[in-house]
Design a protein around this ligand. Sequence first.
Ligand SMILES: [Zn+2]
Length: 328
Amino acid sequence: MERVLQKMRPSTASIQALILALVVAGAASQVTGQAGTGQTVIQKATEQFENNPLKTTVLGQGLFMFSGDGGDVTAIVDNGSTLLIDSGMDTRVTELSDAIFKAAMRPVTSLVNTHWHFDHTGGNVFFGSAGVTIIAQENVKKRLSSVQSVPFVGLRDGHYPQEALPTVTYSSSMTLHQGPQQLILVNYGPAHTDGDTVVYVSAANVAVVGDIFSNHFYPIIDLASGGSIDGLIHSLDEILARTDEQTKIVPGHGPVATRADLEEYRDMLVQVRQRIMDLIAAGKTIDEAVAAAPTKQFDAKWGSGYVPPNVFTKMVFSSLTYGGSASR
Ligand SMILES: [Zn+2]
């Protein structure tokens, strides 16, 4: 059971309410996503996504990345059309659409969602209403079709209107073509959520990995949507096995990264997981685990994003105990 403070973002009034869960009862009260300033993780992130300047990065011939307006958005352009990966924040979709047209000069005809979160699907209504085909892993459609709650970070969202929902879905893998590029969409099982898609753009040697990796912040592990620390590490191992030193990694947030960045991130997750496992084995409670500062060594590099070290520690702890993989 949870008590929530309802707060409608004016811009989303036409879609659905984003309700910020500030107080969560029961076991989950220990893992409420306070970012340290009285704000939830989602409040802090939303503030950034609504105010950061929109930046266009050229990834290669006919390949662009747009960042700042929520999750990173990738555009792949052929002679007559543009395929998008993710759609950013609903509040900034007109600005995004203008930037895409300026860079690509071709209309958007398809959109792949890497997962269901609002900062990656916020533009779905805009593009879906214009007849763009929306493609995603099948669990994204399920989650966007119903109300979702992520108490860890203070997110409540959905359901999305019909035109924002994926019309093409897949289970574990799917191949698309866009001009000279072959796109292989893969889901490696639950990781950040239960509907994550990694897109390998093969001719260009680009891997778009969504929120499995943010460059360089501690990740949100969305346990309420089936995510887990073990699944996250598993997906990273699969991505590392399929990429090379030249691969450009497009993260869910932040600048383009290399495979070495992804490897460092994976090693950080493995070490934090082990330290928290040791604390669990020693009988520590979640608060005692936070007090033991198991992420301390990594905080300078990874802890300055909207997921602070204490929230990250709680998510990993929960993923390994009652909220996650160890209890399944
Ligand atoms: Zn996400």
